[in-house]
Ligand binder design. Structure first.
Ligand code: ATP
Ligand code: MG
Length: 202
């Protein structure tokens, strides 16, 4: 076996609500893939992001997944993952990582999160199961500063061009007919329009 074939697969796990996906997500995922030499980055669409779902109406998970799939279709090494949707119920990253570790035995797993999420890790369920199982990749995020490395984790920091873009802002823009060009990938915009999501106007 060549040394290349023997190398452990390196898989990035980038979870989110992606309601909708935007270029901030894509830049983070692509930079993580390139800088950490990941074979693939899975954009794992949350089925029920339980920490958010009490507060607002979420776009159905299958619709969010379709928009993510459109966004990454032409992007090497990025994949839309239905893992949490197929599992159903509340989405816990601990379950997702356990499942991926079982399916891709021997792979090295990298959990990619924005700095805002890094500050909230202690609120996750069964977070202790993740600490030894993944390397945390903390991506900078516009508007979020000075988040310390969470204690106990293997951490890599990723500086990316700061893009102050959020799905919350995009939902407001789409609902009021404002521009989202160049903030959301073109193929994803087409998918949103086709499906009539976010009360978007043509
Ligand atoms: P919302 O405003 O609804 O919370 P969001 O834009 O924060 O949406 P999420 O689906 O919550 O998107 O985020 C998924 C992941 O992407 C999180 O780890 C988050 O930190 C990261 N992320 C989101 N936007 C950016 C951005 N502009 N730059 C870097 N990382 C980002
Ligand atoms: Mg968010």
């Amino acid at each position: 076996m060549s040394s290349r074939a023997a190398r452990r697969q390196r898989i990035g796990i980038f979870g989110g609500t992606f309601d909708p996906v935007h270029v901030g997500h894509l830049v983070a995922a692509i930079e993580a893939r390139q800088r950490l030499a990941l074979d693939r980055v899975l954009m794992v669409v949350a089925n029920d992001p339980w920490q958010k779902s009490g507060n607002r109406t979420m776009t159905p998970a299958r619709q969010r997944l379709a928009v993510v799939a459109a966004a990454v279709e032409a992007v090497d090494g990025l994949e839309a993952s239905a893992l949490e949707i197929e599992r159903g119920g509340r989405s816990y990253t601990a379950d997702t990582v356990a499942e991926l570790a079982a399916v891709h035995g021997g792979a090295e797993l990298f959990l990619v999160i924005g700095a805002d999420v890094a500050a909230e890790l202690s609120t996750w369920r069964r977070v202790e199961e993740l600490v030894g199982a993944v390397t945390l990749v903390i991506v900078e995020r516009g508007g979020v500063d000075g988040v310390p490395d969470p204690a106990g984790w293997r951490v890599r920091r990723l500086r990316i061009p700061r893009l102050e873009i959020s799905s919350s802002d995009l939902r407001r823009r789409l609902a009021t007919g404002r521009n989202v060009d160049f903030l959301v990938p073109e193929a994803a915009i087409r998918c949103i329009r086709r499906r009539g999501l976010y009360a978007s106007r043509r």
